[in-house]
Write a protein that binds this ligand. Structure first.
Ligand SMILES: [Zn+2]
Length: 244
């Protein structure tokens, strides 16, 4: 009898934390280039269009809901929420839009957040104003800020130009609210957070973990993200989005 009680007790310890007290964990993924790697820049910051499509198909087949930051409060209301983000506003991000269009159906509405550098808009290898407007109007993309010139925000004085001007410029192009900032190089400090709060509702880092609500101070300005790299296999991808 005593052994049975011990057995049940041990069983409960294993079961309770994973079921009754499970904390919802939300993956926020970070990509840069969606393209073949042809020797420019860092290879690990690329995902090939073929791999990206397989990854999005995995999310479709496993009942994930792709959210953008304007739907942050839906985290608790949808099945398997996940955020797909892209930094730096490369022209090749249009491949992601093409793939989103291809995979969308009545049950799967792909959306991604594209963090663009406002002073770089229209440069040869970056998204143009008309690209951004088209993306924002498609319903497949939320265009948000990655500052004006991509500095390390902890090392500059004129935060207002980087935070406020970039927000306003992007809003003017898309006609939609800019409410989220991705810190360049994932670099921030308390001063950066305090300034970000003046103009944005969310600050996005590269702290490598899944998001779970903790209630700690400034948590919406410390949102973590996980890199999907050139070498990320489908097996790795599945583990990341499942929080393993
Ligand atoms: Zn960047």
């Amino acid at each position: 009898m005593k052994r049975l009680t011990t057995y049940i007790f041990c069983l409960l310890i294993f079961i309770l934390p994973t079921q009754a007290f499970a904390v919802q964990k939300v993956p926020i993924l970070i990509y840069h280039s969606i393209d073949e790697f042809t020797g420019h820049g860092m290879k690990e910051l690329y995902a090939t269009p073929k791999n990206f499509e397989k990854q999005m198909l995995y999310l479709r087949n496993h009942g994930y809901t792709l959210l953008t930051f304007d739907r942050w409060n839906d985290i608790g209301n949808v099945e398997n929420p996940i955020f797909i983000t892209f930094d730096d506003g490369y022209k090749n991000n249009l491949h992601a839009i093409t793939i989103f269009k291809k995979l969308q159906n009545n049950h799967f509405k792909p959306t991604g957040t594209f963090f663009v550098i406002s002073d770089f808009i229209g440069r040869p290898n970056r998204l143009s104003k008309s690209d951004l407007k088209m993306m924002a109007d498609s319903g497949l993309a939320s265009i948000q800020s990655h500052t004006a010139t991509h500095p390390d925000l902890t090392k500059i004085d004129d935060l207002q130009y980087e935070l406020k001007e970039s927000k306003e410029k992007i809003q003017q192009i898309t006609g939609k609210p800019v409410i989220a900032l991705a810190y360049p190089y994932g670099s921030f400090n308390q001063k950066v957070i305090d300034e970000t709060k003046k103009y944005y509702m969310y600050g996005i880092t590269t702290i490598s973990e899944l998001y779970s609500k903790t209630g700690k101070k400034d948590e919406l300005y410390l949102l973590p993200r996980i890199y999907i790299k050139y070498t990320t296999s489908m097996n790795d991808f599945a583990k990341i989005v499942n929080g393993e």
